[in-house]
Design a protein around this ligand. Sequence first.
Ligand code: TYC
Length: 113
Amino acid sequence: MNVLSERMMSEKDDSEEDQELLVKTRPKTKKPPLYKVLLINDDYTPMEFVVMILERFFGLTHAQAFDIMITVHKKGLAVVGVFSYEVAETKVAQVMDCARQHQHPLQCTMEKE
Ligand code: TYC
């Protein structure tokens, strides 16, 4: 066997090499984790206050805010939105500060998605 035919037999053809490249050169583009912001039901916070919170801090319409408030009231909790860590943290702090200022026991938490 001559040198040329040996090389052709032992080495991968172009399409195989392309495939290997695609597998090996995985770009490092990890998506940042997302966090659910949850609202928790209680027996004392007025419904209108919860609706106002959802409109003010989550940019919901009155109808959307009312629906989520009712879901929390009936089911015990609901996801209000999904955000980056920093945004979720800010929303939770805004809700908790506002509830405390108005002396309502409303609870808002975040959880990794
Ligand atoms: N359960 C409250 C009531 O009957 C209303 C409420 C809804 C409270 C949602 C908190 O996250 C909440 N007044």
